[in-house]
Design a binder for this molecule. Structure first.
Ligand code: ZN
Length: 337
C-alpha cells in the first residue's frame, strides 16, 4: 500500500510508484549486450518487456535471441529478475532490480505451429503481438491490406488466454485488432501505440480501436518514438497531449506507457532494415533523419508533469504502471503449463 503522504508533488512519488514500460525497441539479436538495460533500472523503471523477435526474422533467430537473453538475465540476478508473475515484479521492485519478461512482435515466430505459444510462455514470453506491420499467416498488419484475424489467429487468441499471455494488438491492422478484441476473454492491450487523432500515422490507432480496447478492460501504452508522436518531437509536452487525449476518450485507467525506446546496440541496424524495406513502407516517415525516442530518463519528470495537468495521484500511478499491472494480473493468472 502506498503512503498517502507521498503525492505527485513530492520527490518520493516517482520512486514509490510502480513503473511499467510495456515495450522496449531494443533490436532483438543474441549479440546485444543487455547491460544497456541499466538505463531503465537507473531511471526507476521496475518492469520492462523486451522483444526477442519480430516478423522480419526467421523463427529460429527468435529462439536464439530468447536463449541468449534468458541466460544473460539469469547470470545477472544481482540487478535483474526474469519475471514470470506480477508477484515477481513486485519482489524485484523491493530489491531494486529491474524485472524483465519478453514479447514477440508477430506470429511468424510460431512457424505455423500453435503448440509454440506454450513453449514461448515456458521460456518467459508474456506478451505477443499478432503482426509486425505486414500481413502474416495469422493476422493483418497495419501497413498492409486491411484483413481480419483468420482461423489460425483465432486459435492463437484462445491459446494465449488459456496459457496466460497478454494479447497485444500493436502493429496489427484495423480489422484484425477489432477481431482480436472480440475473441479475447481477457483484457487486451496496445502495448505501444498512439492515438491517430493526435498524430496521423498508420501505426497509430483510431478512436474506435481505443474504445474497443478500453471495453475489454485493457490499456493503451503511449509510444515514445518521434514519428508516432508527431514531427519527431519527443518532449514531455507532446507525450502529455497523447496521454490526455486517450484519458479523455476512455479514462486514465486505460492509459499506460510503452516507450519503444531503442538504445544504440552497436549493431548495423540500418543495413538489416534496408534489406527488408517492405516492413517500413515509403510515405510513413521511417526515413526521417535522426528519429528521436522518448526514453526512461524522461519518466520522473513526466510523472510530475501529469500532476501539473490535473491528473490525480491515483491516475498517475495507474498510468505509470498500475494499469498494465492490472491487465497482467488478469492475463497471467491462469499460467497453465
Ligand atoms: Zn513495435
Amino acid at each position: 500500500m502506498s503512503d498517502p503522504l507521498v503525492t505527485a508533488s513530492s520527490s518520493d512519488f516517482y520512486t514509490d510508484a510502480l513503473v511499467w514500460d510495456a515495450h522496449a525497441g531494443v533490436f532483438p539479436d543474441a549479440k546485444v549486450d543487455l547491460n544497456l538495460l541499466d538505463d531503465w533500472r537507473d531511471n526507476g523503471v521496475n518492469y520492462l518487456s523486451i522483444n526477442v523477435g519480430f516478423d522480419v526474422m526467421e523463427w529460429q533467430q527468435t529462439m536464439s535471441t530468447l536463449a541468449a537473453y534468458r541466460r544473460w538475465l539469469l547470470l545477472h540476478e544481482d540487478r535483474f529478475l526474469l519475471a514470470a508473475t506480477v508477484e515477481d515484479i513486485l519482489l524485484a521492485k523491493q530489491e531494486n532490480k529491474l524485472a524483465i519478461s519478453f514479447d514477440i512482435e508477430g506470429m511468424n515466430a510460431l512457424n505455423g505451429d500453435l503448440n509454440m505459444v506454450a513453449v514461448y510462455h515456458a521460456l518467459g514470453v508474456r506478451q505477443m503481438l499478432f503482426a509486425y506491420n505486414l500481413n502474416n499467416s495469422a493476422a493483418g498488419g497495419c501497413h498492409d491490406s486491411d484483413i481480419g484475424l483468420n482461423e489460425f489467429g483465432r486459435a492463437i487468441v484462445a491459446e494465449m488466454n488459456r496459457i496466460g499471455m497478454i494479447v497485444d494488438c500493436s502493429h496489427a491492422s484495423f480489422r484484425t485488432t477489432l477481431d482480436i478484441m472480440t475473441e479475447s476473454i481477457k483484457p487486451v492491450v496496445f502495448s505501444h501505440s498512439n492515438p491517430y487523432a493526435v498524430c496521423a500515422h498508420e501505426r497509430n490507432i483510431v478512436d474506435q480501436q481505443i474504445k474497443a480496447c478500453a471495453h475489454t478492460g485493457g490499456v493503451i501504452g503511449i509510444n515514445g518514438m518521434g514519428i508516432f508522436l508527431g514531427d519527431n518531437d519527443v518532449s514531455n509536452g507532446t507525450l502529455l497531449r497523447h496521454i490526455t487525449y486517450v484519458s479523455e476518450l476512455v479514462g486514465a485507467e486505460h492509459v499506460g506507457l510503452g516507450f519503444d525506446f531503442s538504445p544504440d546496440t552497436g549493431l548495423d541496424i540500418g543495413s538489416i532494415l534496408s534489406s527488408r524495406p517492405d516492413f517500413w513502407p515509403a510515405g510513413q516517415r521511417y526515413d526521417t533523419p535522426g528519429i528521436r525516442h522518448a526514453g526512461p530518463s524522461q519518466l520522473c519528470d513526466l510523472a510530475h508533469s501529469l500532476g501539473g495537468q490535473g491528473f490525480s495521484d491515483g491516475e498517475i500511478r495507474g498510468i505509470l504502471g498500475e494499469n498494465f499491472k492490472r491487465v497482467a494480473a488478469s492475463a497471467w493468472e491462469t499460467c497453465a503449463l
